[in-house]
Design a binder for this molecule. Structure first.
Ligand code: AQP
Length: 323
């Protein structure tokens, strides 16, 4: 049996990249014989200095989407990071096993430091991420492609800690799908689709209407070739659309190319849009059927087990450290 951990920031509406890159794998793992911890990482979102007025609403909305996407709740604990203080406690301990240079080399640090005001949180949050993964001793981490570097850092930290204090942590592994691991913005296909995109038309949100989705796909940026061929270097836009269709229909890129070889880009864009509409419709319906009260009960029911697990790990670490 594996222990699975993954997190999502409550920084805005869940989008198609989150769903295809990460949450679909959470659903898959939750239907196997695993112990799953899925966490809304509100402490991470503090790096962006979010508005406190919208925080609670964003947290509840995010958890509702996780439930609506079909996570099997029987063997999954969904919880809020700030409710379990051991995440931060472990983060401090692990920071002593991480090099400053390693943190400065993180792509996300280089990309975001200036934009977010160069505070220390934007440098050190990958250590908190390592603590998130290790607090329940997870050995399987289903995340999108953008988290590869952070997981490598976690593995380095594990090796250093274990070499010094004994085999406490497992070496966690990343789980990603063959397709859909990095969805790009529909408007700026050189950038990843994200909650914080400047151009809202580049991101498909879980609750976009059918019309909005089709409109966004129709106006997606492609090239002038009009040949449906996957080439992530020179045909980023159309490759992104092929990737989305592949992921939703369980096809390889090559199978999608063959299926649509006689279509014009305009026609293919509508095919992809309609696939997305069919995928999101049941998620939106289930989302709308849940109340905040349902979510509050879910959080309350999971919390004791999550805290026990975190405390057990901390007890073992403290004992290894002699504190
Ligand atoms: N575009 C994406 N394609 C595939 N997977 C993605 N993930 C995020 N974007 C994509 C994966 O979703 C999980 C949650 O990540 P997150 O909460 O950091 O999502 P975000 O949309 O990237 O959030 P933000 O607030 O907009 O952050 P930034 O500004 O960093 O992009 C992760 O497993 C992630 O890999």
């Amino acid at each position: 049996m594996k222990t699975v951990f993954s997190g999502i920031q409550p920084t805005g509406k869940v989008h198609l990249g989150n769903l295809l890159g990460a949450i679909n794998n959470w659903v898959e793992l939750s239907n196997e014989e695993n112990k799953n911890y899925f966490c809304v990482v509100d402490l991470h979102s503090l790096t962006t200095h979010p508005d406190p007025e919208t925080m609670e609403e964003n947290i509840f909305e995010t958890i509702k989407v996780l439930v609506a996407s079909g996570i099997n709740l029987k063997n999954s604990n969904i919880y809020i990071q700030s409710n379990v203080s051991e995440h931060v406690q472990l983060s401090w301990i692990l920071s002593n096993f991480c090099q400053i240079g390693e943190l400065q080399r993180m792509t996300q640090f280089k990309e975001k430091a200036d934009q977010l005001g160069n505070h220390a949180g934007i440098l050190t949050y990958p250590i908190l991420m390592a603590a998130d993964i290790l607090i329940h001793k997870a050995n399987q981490v289903p995340v999108g492609d953008d988290q590869t570097q952070h997981l490598e850092l976690t593995r380095n930290i594990v090796e250093r800690f274990n070499n010094t204090y004994g085999e406490i942590f497992p070496l966690p592994e990343r789980k990603t799908g063959k397709v859909g691991a990095r969805l790009m913005s529909l408007r700026h296909p050189e950038n990843k689709m994200s909650k914080s995109n400047d151009d809202l038309n580049g991101t498909i949100y879980f609750d976009d209407s059918k019309d909005e989705i089709i409109k966004k796909f129709k106006s997606s940026v492609t090239d002038s070739d009009d040949v449906i061929k996957f080439d992530a270097d020179s045909k980023k836009g159309i490759s992104n659309l092929i990737d989305i269709y592949s992921s939703l229909n369980d096809l390889s890129h090559h199978e999608v190319e063959n299926k649509f070889e006689n279509l014009k880009y305009g026609e293919f864009k509508i095919e992809v849009g309609e696939s997305v509409v069919s995928y999101l419709e049941p998620i939106r319906e289930k989302y709308n059927s849940m109340s905040n009260g349902d979510i509050a009960s879910l959080i309350k029911n999971n919390l004791e087990e999550v805290k026990d697990s975190a405390k057990k790990t901390m007890d073992e670490i403290n004992s290894a450290l002699g504190i």
